[in-house]
Write a protein that binds this ligand. Structure first.
Ligand code: GLA
Length: 719
């Protein structure tokens, strides 16, 4: 048993960690420890406080306000911001959640309506607490995967009373750290520069990140790390929190009067209120917690392993992915069948596997002003229909992929003319468009059914092998087809509706590779990743910007999850010129593809692409499923570098990029990591041999940069 209950203490043991809490007074779950494995915790909070006050500690007389709690709720004697806030039908908030029972079960119960990690190899503890007067119960779910060192937490609230209760706040997790001398790392950004890392010391009060946009968003990510002040990439303590959710979330840390830090994460309580009718339950999404004693690098590698083994599923889990070409930056909306086929022929010639037809193939969509919702072939561009194009592309030996944006509706569309009430809107108010489109109300069953039928039809008609599922605007002017006292359920119900349609559609096409997208990485989260194994990382395809974005995205996500393409120069987002070899090297840190008109390249460049494609096929098992090490941080220096090492440590692939070139520099040494010090490695390009110890202690001798954005890929094989 990896979860035990002895002398009033729950102990959750993974390969390298312990998570311990007690039942104080037999009533309240009080946090005791989370960190490297210990055999047991003897000094409980109660014994400690008794010693401190020199008299028997009684929770009846003293408040919970000074204790580290597992389920802090507003309405009792803990006066700090908590994880739960409920309003009873009489308008009062009081809540006294007391231990009732617990059970330990193998596996992991599924969360109704929400994606979550697979329960293979897991064990789950469910602690039930009850507020007697209201008959409400709260179940605390703790799941561990002992071999993967991950702890999942979530809660379920059940209303056994006769009257409805309003859930104002229900976070998935709350952990009270006894000392706040830590740093907080979160990711924030914007379109085309997603997920920049920000690290700052904790200070008294509330800090953190959140989004109110109805999506996990371009602006931030449902992920945070608490770090010991001395923590680096390779040393120090890191406590990771990652939410398995795609909607508005909050991830906060509150430092209290005693210098304790309360970290919590879950659905954003802002613009959220759930009517919990008699007999019904509310489930929060999962949060995945992970401790590393060896800095951020080890934390990331453990998250990557967890994502590969328990999040990504279906045919493409733990598999290499096809090299694709997407026509978006090559043609935008300006294409016809001939143009697509000549691009596809060129792609087949250089060894690309999959041709993806992006936006503009349906309705009369020659710009982003119309047709979303009308998933019918545009016979002006494709006179013989989608199937004819798909057959021709398959005939070239390529797979065929298609772009869709199922959640949206253009006011200029047949769908809108037939169902003007199907979008999110407030009656009597202007319908605020963004990118000339409105958002469909996924709380409505008829809308969900329409989407499933229309998209199923398009994917069947196109005989597709791949789908890019896009989402290009956030919700504004919130109004759904719900009663007044349930309007604030829209955000969560939208996400439940989204998960339902994604589950239905992906379930019907088990052999199709799905990639999610939201104006780039605007919904890059573990929830979607349970349903679609890769996400378009960013609309920014500039190689240097991608060094930054991919490197910080890798804090949580592995290369196998990050869509990355080689695009044209000057780059369409930054105007920057970078060498083709660098664009390819950087895209190899992701699922790899192209997004440019190959026909405009020289014969020499096409030869290089042929070589790169061979390289990708050969190296991808290690690039994707090896251990990933960040070596140089592009947010802090003129260089970016990372490497992947196969699990047997016999193969390593290193990528190094210089931003600006500085003339007359001595070639530098780059210290590698993760190799076997006792092995000798051969550089497959130069044939030179180095010791693993030498490469890690002294370093690999890099070429000097004589041009901006030069890069080097080093392939090492053990001899
Ligand atoms: C979004 C995506 C792009 C492209 C366009 C098409 O911006 O992120 O990759 O598909 O939509 O309209």
């Amino acid at each position: 048993m990896s979860i035990t209950f002895e002398t009033g203490c729950f102990h959750l043991k993974t390969a390298h960690t312990s998570y311990v809490f007690e039942l104080a007074d037999g009533k309240y779950p009080v946090h005791l420890y989370w960190g490297p494995s210990v055999r047991a915790v003897h000094d409980t909070m109660i014994t400690r406080l008794t010693r401190f006050t020199e008299e028997s500690f009684s929770l009846h007389e003293q408040s919970l306000d000074s204790l580290p709690l597992e389920c802090p709720a507003f309405g009792g004697s803990d006066l700090r911001p908590g994880m739960l806030h409920l309003i009873h039908s009489n308008g009062t908030h009081a809540l006294d959640l007391v231990y009732e029972s617990h059970k330990i079960i193998p596996g992991k119960p599924e969360i109704p309506g929400m994606p979550s990690a697979s329960g293979e190899g897991a064990e789950t503890l469910i602690v039930t607490l009850r507020d007697q007067p209201s008959k409400l119960s709260v179940e605390l779910f703790y799941t561990i995967w002992p071999d993967l060192d991950v702890l999942a937490r979530r809660i379920r609230i059940h209303n056994s009373g006769d009257l409805p209760v309003f859930v104002e706040q229900a976070m998935s997790v709350s952990v009270d750290f006894e000392a706040a001398d830590m740093d907080l790392l979160t990711l924030s950004g914007a379109w085309a520069r997603e997920r920049e890392p920000f690290r700052r010391p904790l200070y008294p009060g509330i800090q953190g990140v959140s989004t109110e946009r109805g999506a996990s968003s371009l602006q931030t990510s449902p992920f945070m790390v608490l770090l010991s002040r001395d923590a680096t990439e390779t040393s120090g303590e890191a406590y990771g929190f990652a939410l398995c959710y795609s909607g508005s979330f909050a991830a906060t840390v509150n430092v209290d009067q005693f210098g304790m830090a309360r970290a919590s994460m879950g659905i954003n309580p802002f613009n959220f209120r759930w009517k919990l009718t008699s007999g019904s339950s509310f489930d929060t999404p999962d949060a995945y917690l992970l401790y590393s004693s060896q800095g951020l690098g080890e934390m990331s590698r453990r998250y990557h392993a967890f994502i590969h083994k328990r999040i990504t599923r279906g045919l493409f889990a733990n598999k290499c992915r096809p090299i694709l070409i997407n026509n978006w930056e090559a043609t935008y909306f300006d294409f016809n069948e001939d143009k697509l086929l000549s691009l596809a022929a060129c792609a087949a010639d250089v060894g690309i596997d999959l041709f993806v037809l992006d936006d503009g193939w349906f309705g009369k969509r020659n710009s982003d002003h119309c047709s979303l919702g009308d998933w019918v072939d545009d016979l002006n561009k494709l006179p013989h229909g989608l199937r004819h194009l798909s057959d021709a592309i398959h005939g070239l030996g390529l797979k065929f992929g298609l772009w869709v944006e199922p959640e949206m509706i253009s006011p200029d569309s047949d769908l809108y003319r037939a169902h003007p009430d199907w979008c999110i809107h407030v009656e009597g108010r202007e319908r605020l468009e963004c990118r000339n489109q409105l958002v469909l109300d996924l709380t409505r069953k008829e809308v969900r059914d329409y989407i499933v039928a229309a998209i199923t039809d398009a994917l069947t008609r196109g005989n597709v092998d791949y789908v890019k599922w896009d989402m290009n605007r956030n919700i504004s002017m919130w109004g759904a087809d719900l009663p007044a006292d349930q309007q604030q359920e829209l955000g969560h119900r939208y996400i439940l509706g989204l998960y339902e349609i994604m589950t239905r559609i992906t379930g019907q096409f088990p052999n199709v590779l799905f990639e999610s997208c939201a104006s780039g990485g605007g919904r890059f989260d573990l929830g979607i990743l349970c349903l679609m194994p890769q996400t378009w990382c960013s609309d920014d395809t500039d190689a240097w910007m991608r060094c930054r974005i991919e490197s910080s995205t890798s804090l949580l996500f592995p290369p196998s999850a990050m869509g990355a393409h080689v695009s044209a120069v000057p780059n369409h987002q930054t105007g920057r010129l970078t060498p083709l070899a660098t664009r390819a090297a950087v895209a190899m840190c992701g699922t790899y593809g192209y997004e440019l008109d190959l026909q405009k390249l020289t014969a020499e460049e096409l030869d290089m692409i042929r070589e790169m494609n061979k390289r990708v096929h050969e190296w991808q098992p290690t690039l994707f499923y090896g251990d990933f090490y960040r070596l140089k941080n592009p947010y802090e220096s003129n260089e970016a570098a990372w490497m992947s090492v196969s699990s047997d440590r016999r193969e390593a692939i290193v990528t190094h990029v210089y931003a600006q070139a500085f003339p007359h520099q001595k070639p530098k040494l780059l210290r590698l990591t993760g190799l076997d010090p006792a092995l000798d490695y051969q550089d497959t390009e130069t044939g030179l041999v180095y010791g693993g110890d030498e490469l890690m202690q002294r370093g690999y001798p890099l070429r000097a940069a004589w041009n901006d954005y030069m890069s080097q890929q080093i392939h090492l094989l053990a001899r």
